[in-house]
Design a protein around this ligand. Structure first.
Ligand code: AMP
Ligand code: ZN
Length: 437
């Protein structure tokens, strides 16, 4: 395969040069951070009064972690390091958990962000001949505008369709020959179901690729989307605290997400002890933004769980690759004392071919005990009137799940298209247990 690079020099820098570049950028970021009310006191307490107090990359460890709680506490301008007149845009976290936090961008910040998104799109093999339909929420959420400008920078024709309204999405795809789309994986699964429902033939579409991100999904979900839609799906990771999309992205090897280390310094820590953990082991991703002046954020605890691949990638890029994010430390459900991530359930059910494209995890109290119910749609070829095979399928799903997660769930099968679909990030978990228990 021939790999294309948006910025060959930066994407293939050797480690020593990459680290030297990181140090320069870190010092610049600390300089900006020292202008913010929040970091002024934080950094000074650690003896960092000037950017020159950062002498090596190891000095990063002297800086305390920043949490979502800190960001909320600094609302609205506690993290702003430039005069308000120099801000050209504001974005906010979609509030995966709790109230949103705001990030400000200068013109230069937007230019740098756009180049990281363009680099990501290009790494997936897109070119200016592509027609790109951005089927994700526009607005305060960074996924819409982030990909929009990244796509334009690559030179693709961008269709800002936004999320939802599948019938209109198909019409746009057919009318303009869309070759690449961006959506959440759950919306892509929904699109596929709707395509069959509306009798849209695959031959009428020119679709080749999709970028899927903003929420965790399993390798089986990727394979399912790729097979059903006959496209290549690339995993896209980002978060508004680090601009948005364009933090880590899969190249054409589709084996881990290159984290753009000239824009972000990654660390992986044990979320309990907060100590660094050995390369290759799973822990919480901590990121320091190196490419932003208006809202510098240092050592941000993302809550996202992942690990690094330690071997180099065949594409020649030197930036390390993250494994698919399996969930967030605050996603974890404790069911009768057993720790369980929603992704473990998805991994099991998406590998069963009779299972449809949508599911829901419900946790309730039954007396003193927790009760786990998995509601899943069945695929279109299955008749809901035929109870015998349905019961057998239900039992097979239950047994497979029990084998994998050691909890005995109740399984409910639902007709295709009957479970709720969300236009933004999917809401897969309904935890109905009283909060104070
Ligand atoms: P937001 O700041 O609202 O864009 O949300 C960012 C969060 O979405 C991240 O911290 C992750 O928890 C999640 N997320 C984004 N992209 C992915 C992805 N490709 N895989 C798993 N989770 C993701
Ligand atoms: Zn690669």
């Amino acid at each position: 395969m021939i790999y294309q690079y948006w910025n060959h020099k930066m994407e293939t820098l050797d480690r020593a040069d990459l680290e030297a570049y990181q140090l320069t950028q870190l010092k610049k970021t600390v300089k900006y951070a020292l202008e913010t009310p929040f970091y002024q006191s934080r950094l000074k307490a650690e003896g960092i009064r000037h950017e020159d107090d950062i002498k090596t990359l190891a000095d990063l460890r002297r800086i305390p972690f920043t949490t979502k709680h800190d960001l909320r506490g600094g609302f609205p301008y506690g993290f702003l390091s430039i005069p308000k007149e120099a801000i050209v845009r504001l974005h906010a976290s979609s509030g995966t958990t709790g109230t949103p936090t705001t990030i400000y961008f200068s013109q230069e910040d937007i230019i740098r962000w756009t180049s990281f998104v363009a680099r990501s799109i290009y790494a997936a093999g897109c070119t200016k001949s592509d027609v790109f339909q951005n089927m994700i929420t526009y607005g305060l959420f960074t996924g819409g505008l982030g990909f929009h400008y990244g796509g334009e920078a690559v030179g693709m024709m961008v269709i800002p369709s936004g999320a939802g309204n599948t019938t209109r999405q198909f019409k746009l795809m057919q009318d303009f020959g869309t070759t690449v789309v961006h959506a959440t994986p759950s919306f892509l699964l929904h699109v596929e179901s709707k395509m069959r429902e509306e009798g849209i033939s695959r031959e009428t579409l020119r679709l080749k690729r999709a970028f899927a991100g903003a929420e965790p999904y399993s390798e089986d979900t990727r394979k399912r989307i790729e097979k059903l839609l006959a496209i290549d799906v690339y995993n896209s990771y980002g978060l508004s605290e680090m601009n948005g999309p364009g933090v880590a992205f899969e190249c054409q090897c589709k084996n881990g997400l290159h984290l753009w280390e000239d824009g972000f310094i990654p660390e992986i820590i044990d979320p309990d002890t907060l100590e660094a953990i050995p390369d290759g082991e799973t822990g919480e991703l901590v990121l320091t933004c190196l490419c932003r002046e208006a809202t510098p954020i240092l050592r941000y605890r993302t809550r996202d769980l992942t690990s690094f691949y330690t071997e180099p990638c065949a594409c020649g890029r030197t930036h390390r690759r993250l494994r698919r994010i399996t969930g967030r430390t605050d996603d974890m459900l404790i069911i009768n004392g057993v720790n369980l991530f929603p992704s473990q359930i998805e991994e099991v059910i998406m590998s069963i071919k009779e299972v449809g494209n949508n599911y829901l995890i419900v946790v309730e109290k039954e007396g003193a005990m927790d009760r786990l119910t998995i509601k899943t749609e069945v695929n279109q070829d299955i008749f809901m009137d035929d109870t015998r095979p349905l019961n057998a399928l239900k039992e097979r799903i239950r047994k497979t799940l029990q084998g994998m997660i050691t909890i005995n769930p109740k399984v409910e099968l639902h007709e295709h298209g009957s479970l709720p679909v969300s236009e933004g990030k999917a809401q897969r978990v309904q935890d109905m247990r009283p909060k104070d228990v």
